[in-house]
Design a protein around this ligand. Structure first.
Ligand code: NAD
Length: 392
């Protein structure tokens, strides 16, 4: 049964997501006929939440036996209950304990899957340490997983396709998805407008480009700061202001970091900040804004928590500054963290299932170990999405 058909019986949010994953639903309907994973076991480790539930069900429609566990901390109990009720073998539960989580990963690997769907390299790293002969290969979702698995290529020696390196993932999720969800989260946290206000975006990679564009489209005046002059030039030619870092901080009503680097905004910047400025981070690490150092500094005379994710720092000289979500990724923090749009994830997950299908079919050779998604799969997924969404 396709995710869309199954959604009729699923609890609210899972049903909404399944219904909105139009590309996955269409692919699942095809897989019900073609059965690309008949007789194969897929071992998965990925955040278990409503969007990945649609991914798991699509693999199941293709005939796969799916054995899955979540990533550290992010497993949602409702999703686990739903998946188990539909025959997905979920190992473990939500935990912040790395040792317990490691045990769940070991359980997935212990079934010796034919294919792996990895998110961060945990499953393939285990395979490299203790290989089993029937593994056909698999997929890795993230950049951090790619970096972890590159040195293990020889030990893995199987096709591993890295979803993050697909141009579709880069522009659909990292640019448009993150841009939209950061803007949405800013609104949800603050209930303030940014129309006509100065927003400074620090970092102009794929994510920063999306954040800058979304705030501009929401009628803000956007400045971009990047340590790379080439990225800064691109921002300028894209029509953004590119003042010096100091000027960009002095006049900003909102500052958003999205670089992946540590301590991008720190104690030394406090004297520059305008009164009532709102600070947020969308990069991966929660110390892009040096929250601990700032709170320990003499410049902060008092810290106040709003109770709903806004921290206010009372600075010397009477100014105040606010931090959203304690500096964690702002689009995944707060009272209702929805993350990136369903459509952007639908595209990324369709890349996942098409890559697994190609590996199951034997179309990808062992030389394709930790490499980007093949261009023909990108083209297939793009064409399917365009056909599904064409206007007129
Ligand atoms: N919030 C989310 O949902 C989400 C989703 C995907 C990725 N991310 C994370 O967002 C971050 C950015 O991702 P990306 O794909 O845009 O990365 P990227 O590497 O393409 O771009 C990062 C940019 O930041 C710049 N930069 C680095 N250090 C800087 C500094 N100190 N000051 C100013 N600029 C600096 C770099 O020159 C580069 O242009 C990463 O941490 C990534 O993991 C977040």
């Amino acid at each position: 049964m396709s995710p869309a058909a199954a959604s009729k019986m699923a609890p609210g949010r899972i049903a909404w997501v399944a219904r909105s994953c139009r590309l996955l639903s269409e692919t699942a309907a095809e897989f019900e006929r073609t059965q690309p994973f008949a007789g194969l076991t897929i071992g998965a480790s990925i955040h278990l939440e409503p969007k990945t539930a649609a991914l798991m069900r699509t693999l199941q429609c293709g005939g796969a036996i799916v054995v899955a566990t979540g990533n550290l901390n992010t497993t949602q109990p409702d999703t686990v209950a739903y998946l188990r009720a539909h025959g997905i073998d979920v190992r473990g539960e939500q935990t912040t304990d790395p040792d317990r989580h490691a045990g769940y990963l070991d359980e997935v690997v212990a079934v010796r899957p034919d294919l792996l769907l990895d998110n961060g390299g945990d499953l393939f790293a285990r395979y490299a340490a203790d290989p089993w002969p029937q593994l056909l290969g698999g997929t890795e979702e993230t950049t951090s997983g790619r970096m972890r698995l590159m040195p293990l290529r020889e030990a893995i020696g199987k096709p591993v396709l890295v979803i993050n390196d697909s141009p579709i993932k880069q522009f659909a999720e990292n640019r448009h998805g993150v841009g939209q969800s950061v803007l949405e989260s800013f609104y949800r946290f603050t209930n303030r407008t940014t129309n006509g206000r100065h927003v400074t975006v620090i970092g102009y990679g794929a994510c920063g480009q999306g954040v800058a564009a979304c705030f501009r489209n929401a009628f803000s005046v956007v400045s971009v700061v990047d340590v790379d002059p080439v990225a800064t030039l691109e921002a300028q030619l894209d029509g953004f202001l590119t003042p010096t870092r100091e000027d960009a901080l002095r006049s900003a009503a909102v500052v958003i970091t999205v670089t992946g680097a540590e301590g991008v905004l720190g104690v030394a910047d406090l004297p520059l900040l305008k009164d009532d400025v709102v600070l947020a981070n969308a990069g991966h690490v929660p110390w892009e804004i040096a929250v601990d150092a700032i709170e320990a500094s003499v410049d902060v005379v008092r810290t106040q928590e709003s109770g709903d994710g806004i921290t206010t720092w009372y600075l010397a000289e009477g100014r105040i500054a606010h931090l959203l979500g304690r500096g964690h990724m702002v689009n995944l923090a707060g009272a209702q963290p929805l993350g990136n749009s369903i459509e952007s994830m639908d595209l990324g997950f369709t890349l996942q299932v098409r890559c697994l299908e190609a590996i199951a079919r034997g179309d990808i050779g062992v030389e394709a170990c930790v490499v980007p998604v093949p261009p023909e799969i990108d083209a297939e997924v793009a064409t399917a999405y365009l056909e599904l969404t064409r206007i007129g």
